[in-house]
Structures are given as structure tokens and as C-alpha cells.
Design a protein around this ligand. Structure first.
Ligand code: CS2
Length: 496
């Protein structure tokens, strides 16, 4: 390990940057914010903020800086870091033995809405903000999986309707921001969801309009008529930032940074070209603008995200803690490739400009990238929101066409076994999922019988009523309990 003196990341560091670290060459004081982004997690910092950094650096688009916003209590750490670091942070891209570091300067301000919602409302009402982007996670849209409708009983949604001044979800914030613009006669912003949901723009529009219809029908109508909700596909594997990443940035690059982000070199952003209040020339920095994002979203979510989930739960039960170890394991490779080739690819159809065989080959290579040390437990987080978006729709489509579902079902059964809470050695399995307690209770109360669990229609929709699916889950789940994860993988994971 190289031992070099480190300096804290801040505006002062930009004047005298460590050797080999790329820094903004533009004058940050002259930036103004055109984006407001809710959810400044690792993914936003490795993806959109980099595209915008390039847009400013290479194309002088100074009016498109980002105002970062955190609305969850757990955003406190990022909020503190952003405040003390002049909204700067280090992005490290890692491919093989190569690491490159860059200080990202595109975030001009940060507001911790959880403490100061009024400041977020005021910023959203500012005519300079033209686009509000969101990474609210798959669960942040609070819709019922069976019906697709906004879940008005969700405690966050319910809070936002009762307490408009102190919202807990994206809906309360968007509603108040848009209401103020309407009342002030200011054109609305575009609302651009950057989450891994198929038709994320449609989902955001549907759920927000349902929320507004409860809150203020006239506002709902105005939004319906005037606000654009483009769909988009986003991609870049970004592990959670831990002390190991902070240590890496300190020892390799000499930067003291409380919230650096480490990611793979690959990135992709495909955006539907539908904006109601202008947009920057995103195409100049490699964003693909198109009239139809659906094929790209379906490909990415059903292949990349689904295969991640398939590696996550079963990989954890087999004792793996890093995704690259799962992706390199000889017993997993045939499972993952056959899941993609036999059960998902037939559902994807043609994707303009993409060779699916090559896409899948590159996915396996990206999963196996050991330089980024992506955590299995990051993938296992929030299964209640991910499973219905990544895995279950493919099972439903295959059931409709009487096609194969075994490998996808192995993922579902592994999730249920994971929720049982103890691994094969009797050690506790850490569960991070807002629905985790409720789900784990149903699993524990019905150990070998998956039926009550599969009947949770907010997760499974109608799937729990498919005798074929239920029988498959039962068979594989019992094998997981009786024979263990490795034998079950060998028996059910590969094509005979
Ligand atoms: C992952 C995603 O959270 C997950 O389960 O599949 O975070 C994935 O790494 C990104 O979508 C990659 O673009």
C-alpha cells in the first residue's frame, strides 16, 4: 500500500490537485443549477453527475449544474459530506488493474430535505430548475404490484397527503414543487425517473397523478397536461461505498473523502426525448436519445438486474460475499447463462443497435470484474421491490406461453430461503428491506409451504394462483432446505 499524505476534497484541493487526479477545469462559482436531483446515492454520483460534469467541462453547459437533494433520514451522512466538501467527491473507475480518479464538480448545492423540506420546495419552484431527476429506488414509487396502482395505504404516501409540509416520499415533494410553479405561473419542470423500472416515466406519471388526484384534482389535471415524464434506461454497476473505498481513495489518490464512489468503467443512459421545459445537449456526452426506450429497459432489467438477483440470494446461501466470486464460480456460470439464454432472451425481442449475444457476453464480463468488489448483500437489499420488477414479469410471460421457468424460479425460492433468516450454518442472514420483517414472518410461519408467501399479491400479483409456478417453488424450496444451496444449484440450475 502506498502511503501518501492525503488532503480533504474541497474547493481548495482543486487549486492544487494530487497528481493523476482529473479535476474540473471550469469555474464552479459561475455554475447555475438547471437540474434538481432527489436521491444522491452512489449510483447518481457515478452516473448522471458524471455525464453532467462532462457536459459542463467539454461543452460549457454551465446552466445545467445539479442541486442534490436527500429526503430520507439515511441521507444524513451524504448531506454532511456534501456540506463539508463543497459538494465535491471522487469518482474512481476501475477496470482490471487500471483505476482512474476524477473529482466531480457538477453538483453545485445540496439540500437535506429531510431536515429542511421548505428549502427543497423553494428550489423546485425556481424557474431556473428545468428538470427534476430521481433515483428513489425501485420501492420508492409505492405501487401495488398486483394492480400497478399507487398504494394509498403506504405509510409514506398517507403521511404526504396528511402532512404536505413534511413529506416522506417523492410524491409530497413533487406535488408541492409543481403546485408552487403552477400558482406562480412558472412552466413546470420535466420529471425524469432514473430507477430500474420498466416504463419508469409511465410509472412515475401514473403514481404521481394518482397522488395529486387525492391531494388536489386541479393540480393533477395541470400536471397531466403540462408535465413530461420521459422513460429512461440507466446502467452502471456501482457498489456501495464502504470504508474500503474511502481507504482506497486515501491511499491510492491521496484524497480524504467521506463519500467517494467506485464504479465499473461501463456506463449507459438511453433517454426518451420528451422534455417539457428544455434539456441540455445530452447526446454530446454519449447519452442516447430515442423515441422508444422500452426495448432497452426491458433488456437491461430482465437480463442485468435479474441475473444480479439470481447471483445474490443463491450466491449468499452458497457462502459468497462478492458478486465477482459468484460470476466466476464454475458451478454458477452455466446457471446464469442458461437463465439468460433460455428463460429471458426469448422474451426480449429485437433491440435496435444491440447484438443480444454480445450484450450477454459483456454482462458476464462485467459481473466478473473483481476490481469493483460489488457486494452480494447490496444485490440482496430490497428484494420486495426488486423481485417484482426484475424476475417475476419474466416468469409470468413464460407461464403465458408455457415456456421454461425453472431457473427464474430458483431465484425466487432462494429469496424465500434467504428470508428464513439463518444460513446453512445457522448464522443470521442480514436482511435490508423495508418489507423485510413482514415477509420474514410469513416465511418463518410456513417454513416448507410457500403458498401463503406466494399469495402476497402486493408482491406476486396473480402468480400465486399459478399451480405450475407454486409447485416449482415448493419443489426447489424444499430442496434448498433438505439438500442445501450447492446441491440445489447443481440439480435445478443447469440444463440437462
Ligand atoms: C442491481 C443494480 O440493485 C441491484 O439489484 O442489479 O443496482 C445494478 O447494479 C444497476 O442497475 C446497474 O446499472
Amino acid at each position: 500500500m502506498t502511503n501518501i499524505t492525503s488532503q480533504p476534497v474541497s474547493n481548495a484541493l482543486l487549486k492544487n490537485p494530487p497528481a493523476g487526479v482529473k479535476c474540473p477545469q471550469y469555474d464552479r462559482a459561475s455554475l447555475s443549477e438547471g437540474f434538481l436531483h432527489i436521491g444522491v446515492g452512489g449510483f447518481h454520483r457515478s452516473h448522471q453527475a458524471l455525464y453532467i460534469d462532462e457536459l459542463i467541462e467539454l461543452h460549457g453547459q454551465k446552466q445545467w449544474a445539479i442541486c442534490g437533494v436527500g429526503i430520507m433520514p439515511q441521507d444524513e451522512a451524504v448531506s454532511r459530506a456534501m456540506t463539508s466538501q463543497d459538494c465535491l467527491y471522487t469518482l474512481v473507475e476501475r477496470a482490471g488493474k487500471d483505476s482512474t480518479a476524477r473529482i466531480i464538480g457538477s453538483m453545485k448545492g445540496y439540500i437535506f430535505g429531510y431536515r429542511d423540506p421548505e428549502a427543497v420546495f423553494a428550489r423546485m419552484a425556481d424557474p431556473a430548475i428545468k428538470i427534476v431527476t430521481l433515483t428513489a429506488t425501485e420501492g420508492g414509487y409505492c405501487f401495488h404490484q398486483g394492480t400497478g396502482e399507487l398504494d394509498l395505504k403506504n405509510s409514506g404516501v398517507d403521511n404526504d397527503l396528511r402532512n404536505p409540509g413534511k413529506p416522506r416520499t417523492i410524491f409530497g415533494y413533487l406535488a408541492e414543487g409543481l403546485d408552487r410553479r403552477r400558482k406562480a405561473g412558472v412552466a413546470p419542470f420535466t420529471a425524469l425517473s432514473c430507477d430500474n423500472l420498466q416504463g419508469n416515466g409511465h410509472v412515475l406519471k401514473r403514481t404521481l397523478i394518482a397522488f395529486l388526484t387525492e391531494r388536489d384534482p386541479a393540480l393533477a389535471q395541470w400536471v397531466e397536461k403540462n408535465v413530461a415524464f420521459p422513460n429512461c434506461m440507466v446502467d452502471r454497476i456501482t457498489p456501495a461505498t464502504t470504508d474500503a473505498e474511502r481507504e482506497l481513495v486515501r491511499t491510492t489518490f491521496g484524497i480524504e473523502d467521506a463519500c467517494p464512489v467506485v464504479s465499473e468503467a461501463f456506463r449507459q443512459w438511453v433517454v426518451e426525448d420528451d422534455f417539457c421545459n428544455g434539456r441540455p445537449p445530452l447526446e454530446k456526452v454519449g447519452v442516447q436519445l430515442t423515441s422508444d426506450v422500452a426495448p432497452y429497459e426491458k433488456m437491461k432489467i430482465r437480463l442485468l438486474n435479474a441475473t444480479h438477483s439470481a447471483m445474490g440470494y443463491l450466491g449468499y446461501l452458497c457462502g459468497y460475499r462478492y458478486i465477482h466470486d459468484v460470476a466466476q464460480a464454475s458451478e454458477f456460470v452455466p446457471y446464469l447463462t442458461s437463465l439468460m439464454d433460455e428463460e429471458v432472451t426469448p422474451l426480449i425481442g429485437a433491440v435496435p443497435g444491440i447484438d443480444l449475444a454480445e450484450y450477454k457476453r459483456s454482462l458476464m464480463e462485467r459481473f466478473a470484474n473483481e476490481a469493483i468488489r460489488d457486494q452480494v448483500l447490496r444485490i440482496c437489499m430490497d428484494g420486495s421491490a426488486k423481485m417484482p420488477k426484475f424476475i417475476l414479469p419474466s416468469i409470468a410471460e413464460q407461464l403465458d406461453r408455457n415456456g421454461p421457468i425453472r431457473k427464474l424460479t430458483l431465484c425466487v425460492a432462494s429469496w424465500i430461503r434467504f428470508l428464513a433468516g439463518r444460513d446453512e450454518e445457522g448464522n443470521e442472514i442480514p436482511l435490508v428491506d423495508p418489507q423485510g420483517e413482514r415477509l420474514a414472518r410469513v416465511v418463518r410461519d410456513n417454513a416448507r409451504d410457500p403458498r401463503p408467501f406466494l399469495q402476497l399479491s402486493d408482491i406476486f400479483g396473480d402468480l400465486g394462483r399459478s399451480p405450475r409456478f407454486v409447485a416449482e417453488v415448493e419443489l426447489i424450496l424444499n430442496s434448498l432446505y433438505d439438500k442445501g444451496a450447492r446441491k440445489t444449484l447443481a440439480e435445478f440450475g443447469c440444463s440437462k
